[in-house]
Design a protein around this ligand. Structure first.
Ligand SMILES: Nc1ncnc2c1ncn2[C@@H]1O[C@H](COP(=O)(O)OP(=O)(O)OP(=O)(O)O)[C@@H](O)[C@H]1O
Ligand SMILES: [Mg+2]
Length: 309
């Protein structure tokens, strides 16, 4: 069964706001695709359009080559958790899942399987109104897995989870992809995606900013930067600047250097008699790479410092 989630030329406008603007990307089977972008970038809107909850003004969103609304057994094609609070509060978790299974012609034994998979265990017989955010997230995940679908989509699933829950979610997403499923997951936690996602789709103001393998993005962001440790920071910076490098102080005894390879930096400092205690190629974090990519696309930027009078 084709699991690919594919968006082509998608456009969605709410009054004067263009929420999604000519967006195209693919979430491929066997991969966790991180879907990221600043607040208001259009991630949730895109996911709602994929699920047929919002109608696009232009473009298409396909699941396994078909629009979601045309699928005869949608729960068995695409499992999704877009809003973890979408559960009747008086209903017990297990009953909610049984009702979903029944309404979709799925075997009831699958309910106990997904309760197990989602780690709901003891909470399964409790009413949803008494659930913590993390338990509601797990119930949402259980519902998404009910139809054993080849494609999955989660909108900020780790939002509100404790560290143990976040680690669990990362393992779950990885194992779902390892089974050959396409997994599209939005998140603001870059540190989680760094270890959890294979591919990254970055959007800002509704438009595509990057569509890249996580490793390629990290490599590109790391390239050409050298971290230097020296107690004689100012002298080192002078020597390196004179040789044409850009040297920036990044700590009391730390300097980040661009424009010269590490070997050349070592030679210059040795020649000038400037001692240093460490030198290493910089490894960018996904957070750094992401910040660099999206710095122009942040809609609601924090105001830092004092405004000019
Ligand atoms: N139903 C709606 N009516 C009007 N405007 C909307 C509606 N839904 C979304 N928008 C607007 O569309 C834009 C994209 O919103 P969306 O929720 O898709 O962003 P997001 O990337 O999911 O953001 P976040 O990271 O905060 O969840 C925003 O400017 C938002 O205000
Ligand atoms: Mg959102």
């Amino acid at each position: 069964m084709d699991a690919t989630i594919e968006v082509r030329g998608l456009r969605k406008r709410f009054g004067p706001t263009v929420a999604v603007d000519d967006l195209s990307f693919t979430a491929a089977p066997g991969q966790v695709t991180g879907f990221v972008g600043p607040n208001g970038a259009g991630k949730s809107t895109t996911m709602r359009v994929i699920m047929g909850l919002d109608r696009p003004d232009a473009g298409t969103a396909l699941v396994g080559g078909k629009p979601y609304r045309s699928l005869r057994t949608p729960l068995c094609r695409l499992g999704a958790m877009l809003d973890a609070s979408a559960v009747h509060p008086a209903r017990r978790a297990r009953d909610h899942l049984r009702w979903l299974a029944h309404a979709n012609g799925l075997p009831v034994r699958r309910v106990d399987e997904v309760i197990e998979l989602a780690g709901l265990g003891g909470a399964a017989r409790r009413r949803a109104s008494g659930f913590s955010l993390g338990m509601r997230q797990r119930l949402g995940i259980a519902a998404a897995l009910l139809g054993d679908p080849p494609a999955l989509m989660f909108d900020e699933p780790v939002n509100g989870l404790d560290p143990e829950g976040i680690a669990w979610m990362r393992r779950l997403l990885r194992s779902l992809a390892a089974e050959g499923r396409a997994v599209l997951v939005s998140s603001h936690l870059m540190s989680e995606l760094e270890g959890g996602a294979d591919h990254l789709v970055v959007i800002g103001r509704g438009r595509l900013i990057a569509d890249t393998a996580v490793q390629d993005l990290l490599d590109a962001a790391s390239a050409g930067r050298v971290e230097l440790r020296t107690a004689r920071r100012e002298e080192a910076m002078t020597v390196l600047a004179r040789a044409g490098a850009t040297a920036t102080a990044t700590g009391r005894d730390a300097v980040t250097v661009t424009g010269l390879p590490a070997e050349r930096i070592i030679a210059l400092l040795t020649e000038a008699g400037v001692a240093f205690s460490g030198i290493a190629e910089h490894r960018a974090t996904l957070e750094e790479a992401y910040m660099e990519l999206t710095k122009d696309a942040v809609e609601f930027q924090a105001v830092t410092g004092r405004e000019a009078p």
